[in-house]
Design a protein around this ligand. Sequence first.
Ligand code: ZN
Length: 382
Amino acid sequence: MPTYRELLQRVKSEISEVDARDVQERNGAVLVDVRERDEWEEGHIPGAVHIPRGNLESRIENAVPDRSSKVVLYCASGARSAFGAKALGELGYEDVSSLAGGFTDWKRNGYEVQLPRSLSPERRTRYSRHLLIPEVGEAGQLKLLDTSILLIGAGGLGSPASLYLAAAGVGRIGIVDADIVDETNLQRQIAHSLDTLGTPKVDSAKRTIEALNPDVEVVPYRERLTSENIDRILGDGWDLIVDGADNFPTRYLVNDASVWHDVPVVHGSIYRFEGQVTVFKPGDGPCYRCLFPEPPPAELAPSCAEGGVLGVLPGIVGSLQTNEAIKLAIGIGDTLVGRLLLFDALSTEFSEVRIDRNPDCPVCGEHPTITEYIDYVEFCAR
Ligand SMILES: [Zn+2]
């Protein structure tokens, strides 16, 4: 068995290395910083894209779709990027190299460094109650402003989630929803109002968010999520999905996509007085199919027509989802990964069930049997 040092030397002999001056000249190369997020935030090479080493294989295709592109990886010292360069070579990237000496050597040469930003006075005022919490602070607020969150649904769960995410200063919020606002929505869907009856929910939610916080860019998708559009929508680059879907077909699509695109999902569901929340983080805890490998037979499944629900319940569950999303975005606290939180509004009781990854899961297990999206359309045909 080789030692780490021997392995590193062997890998370095198998890849191409460049020095800081080559990177300075760039020559059209895509520069990828593979360090962790806190290292990136303390300063990085201008124009680089950030993909932590742990996500490199799963995210590189979105960042660099063309495998013949020139790619240069760097880390702090040139070791992580060497292993990364070897992995990209194995993925079929033809022109990959690693910056020898890494960011340390780049700085030593006196080349330009993009330093951490700070908040403008207006933003310091707006987010002052976040800045007063040491765990969030300016660094945490900047992370929120840099975070992109995709909301599935602008209904009961999506309404409170969109408003609190926007108020918190999440910089980019995508909203997927094909529906139009109607009177029955207003009992709980607080992103909409009498003023927006008859308009698409995505436009109504966008209006409400923009009136609340101009820092937020809203990306509306006025379409129903299907196997046909899900890769395109996820290709727009989302750090996190907040799933407020009210039906099985969408839930399974979101799950499978999240595993394949390596994007965590904050899951929520509601029925009458009962709510559930958890976080499905690929590679770190179960996915939805670990718990429910297939949808229930159509005759046992609740129909896709909306069931009854106490109006405030989605407010509670959607807010709990937002709490998870904000913690994941900033990287603080303990999340609901591996824990299913249950809420009973009638008794006002919370309980929690531990949920484990299933090695036989058809999507995230050791031998996946589902490798393409499935539209479970029969559920909604009734
Ligand atoms: Zn799974």
